[in-house]
Design a protein around this ligand. Structure first.
Ligand SMILES: Cc1ncc(C[n+]2csc(CCOP(=O)(O)OP(=O)(O)O)c2C)c(N)n1
Length: 608
């Protein structure tokens, strides 16, 4: 007998014929499939387990396509993928050429945007719906957003515009009280307050109906309350924050109870204008270890289903950095800030030890940099931990609120380089190009653990803005120079240095004379490296960043400035977005693995 998921895989429309009981069974099948596949491939487990019923109900009620669900971030779309023809390939989740861990229009027309960053869904939906309504179309647009992503600044901009637009969009707030860690901030307290109110579904109309039914005095109260409505609204109408923005608020409902969702969805979709349905869900629902520890299972590597134990325990460079911060925290007075990435950055130890000097500001990268600027202005040292890809959200703040003010903020840029599994939205390969154009900035790309410790120590003494960028994977203990009186010099910063060193060593063993130098400080370029440029006719640069605007470009610029004209071979990432895969696979694809570098250097060498 085929499963319900198999039936849907053959024909996604089959869901329409399912009974409520079958929809419950389908939800269970989806959960099992997600647990099975994520246990072997890794992925965003807890978020996906919590959103199953909401996704199933939306697919049951809406006609997708043309109706559409715009998920915020998109890390919680596994159920949606399983319901839109991707069940048979689902075992390739997050693999090279496999099913992406985020929405991807190349996989399905039901994934409208290729996304992975928080805060975009409301704005994108509003764009779609604005034109839909202008064309007098009937397509329905639903946004699904988590309580963590609701705290993002871009979301607020979208809400502000949505409220005044009057557009017919239903926003489902998937409130599990967690971002990756517990959701932080005032809005989160507010949502918790709403959740602890006793009644379910409290639209203005329903409240009116309830009051009217009170024997004898009901109608009177309604009349009276009309006059008082403006003054007392906040006392009887929950969700006043949204209502004030012009968005009708409904809920809270139990978002893991498919019957409750199905009871309210059709009516809500027929209500005119912007509205929000507040659904309470359990992060990790249905898998006990994830329910107990949603933070750990938010995004997890392969694990044993029976025990929940993680199978591959890798230490990251971030963990190493976190430990150093912990050590320095004992001696020096400084602050540490994260935008909802405490755990991924490896800062949980520091947070526990020094709770008064640690701030998780929520998914608020732009804010985090200005906040740090404010702290630095008082003369205090401050470190901001941030993934390279999310620093893109805070470029103006690095420019305007840190560098232009010349404030001594240290920006710890984690996940610099190619990132495994998460695909094009999460690569840390653009920051060097956009940062190094800012005057006065100091950029380090430490290439070893020894080097990163030295750099962190130095950064404590800087009175100007500093960036320290490092990869996820653990850097090697140390990387050596090669001094061979070579005809060619290979320069390599950061995470690429070890691989470039290996390639150069190999070629030297083959009888080629190649000198090698790992580079740590790129801006301003280390003096000794700058001096070395004078002595070679051929120079190779090897980096794990975009070639455009990267380290090689910097060397070209410096040579041009100094009127030097060595032949320069730049090895790095070409002008393309980087697809999903493991770092090793992707490096190999770009010929940035040891073998690929050996080939390129050999060809370059032979044309002397
Ligand atoms: C701009 C940005 N910053 C950080 C992240 C990393 N991130 C991915 S999911 C997530 C938590 C999202 O929380 P929520 O929206 O509540 O969804 P949940 O996982 O709890 O369902 C974070 C911080 C991101 N994707 N985008």
């Amino acid at each position: 007998m085929s499963t319900l998921l198999e039936k849907i895989n053959q024909s996604p429309g089959a869901i329409k014929q399912f009974t409520r009981q079958q929809l419950e069974q389908l939800s269970q099948e989806i959960r099992n499939e997600i647990i099975n596949v994520v246990s072997s491939n890794g992925g965003h487990l807890a978020s996906n387990l919590g959103i199953v019923e909401i996704t199933v109900a939306l697919h049951y009620i809406l006609n997708i396509p043309p109706d559409r669900i715009i998920f915020d971030v998109g890390h919680q779309t596994y159920s949606h993928k399983l319901l839109t023809g991707r069940f048979s390939q689902f075992s390739t989740l997050r693999k090279y050429k496999g099913v992406s861990g985020f929405p991807n229009p190349e996989e399905s027309e039901t994934d409208l945007f290729l996304i992975g960053h928080a805060g975009t869904a409301i704005s994108a939906a509003l764009g779609l719906q604005t034109i839909e309504e202008r064309n007098k179309g009937k397509t329905k647009t639903v946004v699904v957003i988590g309580d963590g992503s609701l705290t993002n600044g871009v979301t607020f901009e979208g809400l502000n515009n949505l409220g005044s637009s009057g557009k017919d969009i239903l926003v489902i707030l998937n409130d599990n009280n967690f971002s990756i860690s517990r959701t932080r901030g005032a809005l989160s307290y507010y949502l918790t307050k709403l959740v602890t109110m006793p009644a379910l579904i409290k639209s203005k109309e329903e409240i009116k109906e309830i009051i009217e039914k009170i024997p004898a005095i009901g109608e009177q109260i309604v009349k009276l309350s009309k006059d008082l409505e403006q003054k007392t609204k906040h006392l009887i109408i929950p969700g006043v924050f949204f209502e004030k923005l012009g968005i009708q608020y409904f809920g809270p409902i139990d978002g893991n109870d498919i019957n409750q969702i199905l009871d309210v969805l059709p009516n809500l979709l027929n209500q005119q204008g912007p509205k929000i349905l507040h659904a309470i869900t359990k992060k990790g629902k249905g898998y006990i270890p994830a329910e107990k520890n949603p933070e750990k299972y938010h995004s997890i590597g392969p694990f044993n289903i029976e025990t929940g134990e993680v199978l591959i325990n890798t230490t990251s460079t971030g963990t190493f950095v976190g430990k150093i911060l912990e050590k320095y925290g004992e001696k020096y007075d400084f602050y540490v800030i994260t935008s909802a990435m405490e755990y991924g950055l490896g800062f949980d130890g520091f947070a526990k030890k020094f709770p008064d000097r640690f701030f998780d500001v929520g998914i608020a990268e732009s804010h985090s940099l200005i906040f740090a600027g404010g702290i630095a202005k008082t003369g205090k040292k401050v470190f901001v931990g941030i993934y390279s890809t999310f620093l893109q959200r805070a470029y103006d703040q690095v420019f305007h609120d840190v560098c232009l003010q010349n404030l001594p903020v240290v920006i710890l840029v984690d996940r610099a380089g190619i990132v495994s599994g998460d695909g094009p939205t999460h690569q840390g390969i653009y920051d060097l190009a956009f940062l190094r154009s800012i005057p006065g900035i100091t950029i380090f790309c430490p290439y070893s653990l020894k080097n990163i410790e030295e750099v962190l120590q130095q950064s404590l003494n800087y009175q100007t803005p500093v960036v320290i960028r490092y990869p996820r994977d653990l850097l090697p203990e140390d990387v050596q120079e090669i001094k061979n009186n070579g005809k060619i010099l290979c320069l390599s910063p950061g995470s690429m240095a070890e691989i470039a060193y290996q390639a150069c060593m190999f070629l030297n063993q083959q009888g080629l004379q190649i000198d090698f130098m790992p580079v740590s400080r790129i801006c301003p370029l280390e003096e000794n490296v700058e001096n070395m440029l004078l002595s070679y006719k051929k120079i190779i640069t090897c980096e794990e960043t975009m070639l455009a605007g990267g380290f090689g470009s910097l060397i070209l610029e410096i040579c041009n400035q100094k009127k030097l004209s060595p032949e320069i071979l730049r090895i790095g990432i070409p002008d393309t977005f980087v697809e999903t895969g493991s770092r090793e696979e992707l490096l190999k694809n770009f010929n940035l693995d040891k073998g690929g570098i050996i080939e390129k250097v050999k060809n370059f060498y032979e044309n002397i």
